[in-house]
Write a protein that binds this ligand. Structure first.
Ligand SMILES: [Zn+2]
Ligand SMILES: [Zn+2]
Length: 577
């Protein structure tokens, strides 16, 4: 799916379309005042003060009609430049524009753009005439507090998107439709994977079927990491204030941390696993012979997110990071990263997820550590990407203050991008925790450390997988793999129960639908639940001791012996299909 912000041309027409929206709103609601209307990845929005008026979906249709009318009129868009004083005078009846203007430097030149009867404060750039804005759609409306502060007035935020051609617009609207059908919140409910409760906003509950999926992912994670030479730990959820002071989180991350008192000491619930991991490293002496030391932790973290930002499993207040810290010497960085990239590549390809790598380098001003260490580390990251034959985009100066990083952005089956994996070098924590190892010559040295995740958050990754597969999981992940439907309980149930036992003994996840419902109804239900294999048992199957099944997504019925069926399913699962 397209990112409007990344495309220069689309950026300009979406920005211009926000003004077109504002003009149309002003025609219909003459008292309307406008706050800001930025371009976002998904198009644009405008925050509008309409007094007590709440915009409905029906209103959007009317506004859209007015936008089309203005576009047809085809007025030119004119730029005008004002001094701050002139701008304050011009917009003196508009508290929102005054708010914006007052924050500008006294000697700044302030630009306004006028199209027909409508003038808006703006830096530009815009299209030449409103005629160019033809292929747009208003997508939704929601309330948004002025400046995001719930003590302030609620404004109406109208979202829209604009393209160069009708075809592009229609393709995009089709993708949005498809994305809606795949919404993990909707599918999560229908497939009984997880739930949310008003008693814990942002704290997901995993239901039995979701737990199966989750356990498979976690077991897969442990298996793969064991092969890669990782060891595993589990560190406490709560640790005291002193620790967070040592790690620095107390000073930089305090507002996102939940705290509680234990025996009159302040404790914080961990927002990250790192400090606990550092304490484990310090628990024993380390020799250079142990390096690289790879220590993994599926760590449950809690972070305070604003209630308005919460979104299913994508944005939660508690999640499990598939974390690991790797301790090594400077000379081991490159080889370790090459290995990590190959590892991450292997994991994503199992889910048919492609990805792009971004390399974020040293910030220009705020950073810690020596420049030559940064340079060497960045060079090692670049070399590792080339050695792994992976292209990467550089985000200059976008690294954290404590080290450069590689981010992995996966693309799902709808072409949407999700940042999942990260390899983050850290020059800060080894110093703060005074980590050391004993080198060949017996001297104490400081190890290089990196943090890394592959899924990112297991909860969010499950959300991504639900949408990526549209809930139709491959057999190895499916909570229920096989559904057995006897045509008639009187004649076929015994055989069905016997078959269920055999399949359970093969460690398959099997359900038997013995409800006294019509065959067609039960078959449709099996498809609704997106179960990979639906077995239908009638006279033929009972007499010939075979099974007939349909694979999800296919209308063909295939008949096999029980042995052939089980070996086929085993093959499918072993190959993670
Ligand atoms: Zn503008
Ligand atoms: Zn970490």
């Amino acid at each position: 799916m397209i990112n409007i912000k990344e495309n220069e041309k689309l950026n300009i027409i979406n920005h211009s379309c926000a003004h077109l929206l504002a003009q149309a709103v002003k025609h219909i609601y003459s008292d309307a005042l406008f706050w800001v209307g930025p371009v976002i990845e998904e198009g644009f929005y405008y925050d509008i003060d309409l007094g007590d008026k709440v915009i409905s979906e029906d209103d959007l249709v009317i506004i859209e009609k007015e936008m089309k009318k203005i576009s047809k009129d085809g007025k030119r868009i004119y730029r005008e430049e004002l001094t701050k004083k002139e701008a304050l005078e011009k917009f003196k009846n508009d508290m929102y524009k005054i708010d914006l203007i007052e924050r500008m430097e006294n000697d700044s030149i302030i630009s306004c753009y006028t199209q027909g009867d409508f003038t808006d404060l703006c830096r530009g750039p815009h299209v030449e005439t409103v005629k160019e804005l033809k292929h747009f759609k208003l997508l939704k409306v929601s309330g948004a507090y002025f400046k995001g502060d719930s003590n302030n007035k609620m404004l109406q935020r109208i979202y829209g998107i604009c393209f160069e051609t009708e075809e592009d617009l229609n393709n995009h609207l089709m993708l949005l439709e498809e994305a809606k059908k795949r919404d993990h919140k909707k599918l999560g409910k229908e497939l009984e994977l997880f739930m949310m409760s008003e008693y814990g906003p942002g704290f997901p509950f995993f239901l039995p079927k979701g737990m199966i999926l989750r356990n498979i992912l976690e077991n897969y994670w442990y298996e793969e990491h064991t092969l890669e030479g990782y060891q595993f730990i589990k560190t406490p959820i709560m640790l005291n204030q002193q620790l967070w002071e040592v790690s620095g989180h107390w000073y930089t991350y305090r507002e996102n941390m939940y705290t509680s008192n234990i025996d009159e000491n302040l404790f914080a619930i961990k927002p990250m696993n790192c400090p606990g991991g550092m304490l484990v490293y310090k628990n024993s002496l380390h020799s250079y012979k142990e390096l690289p030391l790879r220590v993994g932790e599926l760590g449950l973290v809690h972070r305070h997110e604003a209630s308005g930002a919460l979104n299913g499993l994508f944005r939660v207040r508690t999640f499990t990071q598939d974390d690991a810290h790797i301790f090594m010497t400077e000379n081991q960085i490159e080889e370790e990263i090459v290995r990590l990239i190959a590892f991450i590549d292997r994991v994503y390809s199992v889910f048919n997820l492609t990805y792009k790598i971004e390399l974020s380098t040293r910030p220009l001003e705020k950073y810690i550590g020596e420049i030559d260490v940064w340079d060497k580390a960045e060079e090692a990251l670049k070399k590792a990407c080339s050695k792994a034959n992976k292209e990467y985009v550089i985000n200059p100066g976008d690294g954290a203050f404590y080290g450069p990083k590689l981010d992995f952005h996966v693309t799902d089956s709808l072409g949407r991008k999700w940042q999942c994996g990260t390899i983050q070098l850290d020059f800060n924590l080894p110093v703060r925790f005074d980590l050391t190892y004993i080198d060949k010559d017996g001297s104490k040295k400081r190890p290089v450390m990196l943090h890394r995740v592959i899924f990112g958050s297991i909860e969010r990754f499950i959300g991504i997988l639900i949408e990526h597969y549209a809930g139709a999981f491959p057999t190895w992940l499916a909570p229920v793999q096989i559904n057995i439907i006897p045509v008639n309980n009187e004649f076929h149930l015994d055989y069905a129960e016997n078959l269920k036992k055999i399949l359970l003994n093969n460690n398959f996840r099997v359900e038997l639908d013995e409800r006294e419902e019509k065959l067609g109804y039960r078959m449709r239900d099996s498809v609704m639940k997106k179960i990979p294999f639906t077995i239908i048992l009638g006279d033929n199957e009972v007499n010939s001791k075979t099974i007939s099944f349909r694979h999800y997504g296919s209308e063909d019925t295939v008949t096999l012996s029980i042995e052939d069926f089980t070996s086929m399913i085993n093959y499918t699962i072993t190959n993670k299909e």
